[in-house]
Ligand binder design. Structure first.
Ligand code: F6P
Length: 364
């Protein structure tokens, strides 16, 4: 294979970004590099799969574990969570961490504490692990509250309750046909591909932009009977295609791995919906605000797209719980804004008529 011209590494990219902040200490860059290192270790474990006995449920002395979400933990969930902690907690950059797999914040013990909070979903889309489909790790970096930095006290859940708009950085690693690391430090979005020979993430997708319009949507249509009328209306209009009010045909996708759907949308546009629905009235939605919606929403908006609950911008939401769920819509800006408009419009009478359900294109 011919040698290609030299590419920018993740480290070089971060140094370039830091030049915008001459007083920055470089600690922030080291934190991102620690996260990237953890992702490389997880990528290797995901790739080895059964060969490394990495598939199946995690079983320890207490049997099969169920996380705070009520989901059974898989071996790779536990491995990815542990790896993210081990690769980042020694560095002195963190005041604390929170993860999908841990009910309470993780304290940095017997080590120097830093100014940042790391929030992560160690392995998103884990129902896909055993069938060798794409999964990923999602992360978000926040500044710790000033009194945490000043006193070095233990972190509390409330310290993480910051709206997505205050994230310092967010990103994900995608364990797909190639491993990618997609990052925003607040100045656009850049994508890096892991060069397995060098063990380095190389800049392959500078300045990712989401087209404002799209003809592709992603939703779990098996939930259609639980959707709220504005979502049903939007999907019905897409399905009606050229002959409907949109006047164009749409394509549909569903990977059941939100991070993979987000990646597709960053690459070629589209809209993703896991809206609030009536399936389980105790849950406001399926996806978690702090470690799924906020980091992915940050990337979407940094790439010119939008993330919303359907009613308001997702990044403006004030979190109230570490594991809070929300309804989420993200992707191409004009489509997300259309869905928001449908939510804001007074609902036509027909939406209140139960017979309308019979006329839906998603008849169960
Ligand atoms: O974290 C939740 C998640 O795994 C997402 O990655 C994905 O979009 C969704 O759940 C899949 O949900 P469902 O099982 O309803 O298709």
């Amino acid at each position: 294979m011919p040698f290609s011209s030299p590419r920018t590494t993740l480290t070089q990219y971060l140094i370039e970004q830091r030049r915008r902040y001459p007083h920055a200490s470089g600690r922030f860059n080291n934190l991102i590099l620690d996260v990237a290192l953890a992702c490389k270790a997880v990528a290797r474990a995901v790739a080895q799969g059964r060969l490394a006995d990495m598939h199946g449920l995690h079983v320890d002395s207490e049997g099969v574990r169920v996380n705070v979400q009520g989901e059974t933990q898989q071996k790779l969930d536990v491995y990815a969570n542990q790896t993210m902690i081990e690769m980042t907690e020694n560095s002195g950059h963190l005041a604390g961490m929170a993860s999908e797999e841990m009910p309470e914040p993780w304290q940095i013990i017997d080590r120097p504490r830093g100014k940042h909070l790391l929030v992560f979903d160690p392995l998103d889309g884990s129902s896909n692990i055993d069938v060798n489909m794409t999964v990923g790790s999602i992360f978000s970096v926040l500044r710790a509250p000033e009194d945490v930095i000043g006193s070095g006290r233990d972190v509390k859940a409330e310290d993480f309750f910051q709206p997505g708009s205050s994230q310092l950085a967010a990103g994900y690693a995608l364990y797909g046909p190639s491993t990618m690391f997609v990052l925003s430090v607040g100045h656009g979005v850049a994508g890096f591909t892991l060069d397995p020979n060098l063990g380095e993430f190389m800049l392959t997708h500078p300045d990712i932009q989401i087209p404002p319009d799209t003809q592709e949507f992603a939703i779990n249509a098996s939930n259609s009977r639980f959707w709220e009328p504005p979502v049903k209306r939007y999907v019905d209009e897409c399905l009606a295609g050229k002959t409907g009010p949109r006047g164009k045909d749409f394509n549909m996708r569903w990977i059941a791995s939100m991070v993979a759907e987000a990646h597709r949308i960053l690459m070629r546009g589209g809209v993703f919906m896991y809206p609030r629905d009536t399936k389980d009235p105790a849950k406001a939605g399926r996806l978690r605000l702090l470690y799924e919606a906020n980091p992915i929403g940050f990337l979407m908006e940094q790439a010119g797209g939008r993330a919303s609950t359907g009613h308001q911008g997702a990044l403006q939401l004030q979190p109230q719980d570490l594991h809070q769920r929300i309804g989420l819509v993200f992707g191409s800006r004009n489509e997300v804004e259309r869905i928001e408009r449908y939510h804001a419009e007074p609902q036509p009478l027909q939406w209140h008529n139960p017979l309308f359900v019979e006329r839906s294109l998603f008849i169960d």
